[in-house]
Design a protein. Structure first.
Length: 393
């Protein structure tokens, strides 16, 4: 990939060096309490290894969308406390990201110690990729490590701009793992099965356009399947349909057909008159007026599972139905189990897809659980990610 790994960096030596680590610590907060520390846990291997190697570790991240303003509710101070608990060591905190206070706090670090800077997005220069802000961040350290794959598709100061000021740069363990596993989708062992779900064609149009001629089989679920069905003059009742995307849906189908790939749509549906847990449900081949399609039907789930059984590479992103409500979760669960059971190399991303995998206790049977979100989808399309390009020089 042309990106130096953390192993490469540690082999060169980092003892006593100031290492700036761009992590993804964008955790959900409620009343300034962390409700899910998964991203913190994912960042630990890189931080531990640098600490054990005697680096003076400067950790930076964004949190939420403060839009260049200092918002106390989005301070990273609670994150510093939780990181300290997870690492089993003290984590210093600085209320600034640049300037004299930041330099002083870094100067107080000893070998193997960590400092967390305040929310990068409190500074307008971060999201603007401002050259002066990039330079000011770079002045804090000797070495740059980017471990925040989830923000690699953003050309921000901390993810792209500041890297140019360093002679020594590398990808952290999380970043490296994402790149290695997602490259398997870009350059797959075939047959490649891509399973895409979600609400709208418009949300994933570029992914559909890129993967329709690339995947051997593209299986579509979720509400966006109804736009495809309606575009082909099928009945969809009161299901969510983007009528202004009919042309795009048909173009995606043509692209798959022209490349001699297969695009699969649901052949049966679980419907109800409203998306509520107590609503009566039934399985239909065609969605009647007044009904909403809320999950793929059992026949469709079985077909998609059969494709997973013979695939050599699988990429799954997005639920097959309204997964949040148990009554409409069966299709997503069937797909999750099929992906886990498959002998294929499997990559799963997207919040609901990951939730299904974790809920069923299948995480250890998936080759890679991608936390990259939009970055993952852009990377598998073959797009250049600014945060990765900055590491490739």
């Amino acid at each position: 990939m042309g990106v130096k790994s953390l192993d490469d960096l540690l082999a060169e030596g980092v003892h006593g060096q100031r290492v700036f680590v761009r992590s993804d610590l964008n955790v959900p907060l409620r009343d300034r309490a962390i409700t899910d520390d998964s991203r913190l846990r994912a960042s630990l291997p890189t931080l531990r290894r640098l600490r054990e190697a005697g680096a003076r570790v400067i950790v930076a991240s964004h949190l939420g969308r403060p839009n260049g303003q200092r918002v106390s509710a989005l301070s990273l101070r609670p994150v510093a406390a939780r990181l300290a608990e997870l690492l089993g060591t003290g984590v210093a905190f600085c209320e600034e990201c640049v300037g004299e206070r930041a330099h002083f706090a870094i100067g107080e670090l000893g070998d193997g110690q960590l400092l967390l800077l305040e929310n990068l997005r409190f500074y307008a220069g971060e999201e603007r990729n401002d050259p002066d802000f990039s330079k000011a961040l770079a002045a804090l350290a000797d070495i740059y490590v980017n471990d925040a794959f989830g923000t690699a598709h953003r050309a921000h100061a901390s993810t792209a701009g500041m890297a140019a000021h360093f002679n020594r740069i590398a990808a952290g363990d999380l970043m490296g793992s994402e790149l290695r596993h997602l490259l398997v989708i870009r350059e797959p062992i075939r047959p490649l099965l891509v399973i895409l779900g979600g609400a709208k064609v418009s949300d994933k149009l570029s992914v559909l356009e890129a993967l329709a001629p690339h995947a051997d089989v593209l299986a579509i679920g979720g509400a966006m399947a109804y736009t495809f069905i309606a575009a082909n003059a099928g009945t969809t009742g009161n299901s969510l349909v983007e009528s202004d995307r009919f042309g795009d849906a048909l173009a995606v189908q043509r692209a798959a057909r022209d490349a001699e790939r297969r695009l699969l749509l649901p052949s049966d549906h679980l419907v109800a008159d409203r998306p509520e847990a107590d609503a009566p449900t039934r399985v239909v081949a065609e969605i009647p007026q007044g009904a909403l399609g809320l999950d793929i039907g059992p026949e469709t789930a079985s077909r998609y599972a059969s494709e997973a059984a013979i695939a050599k590479t699988i990429f799954w992103n997005g639920p097959m139905g309204v997964f949040e409500i148990e009554a409409f979760a069966a299709g997503t669960r069937t797909v999750a189990a099929a992906v886990a059971d498959s002998p294929a190399t499997s990559v799963v991303g997207g919040g609901d897809s990951l939730a299904a995998i974790h809920q069923l206790g299948l995480g250890n049977r998936i080759d890679h659980l991608s936390t990259g979100g939009g970055a993952s989808l852009e990377y598998v399309q073959g797009l250049t990610l600014p945060g990765v390009a900055a590491l490739e020089r």
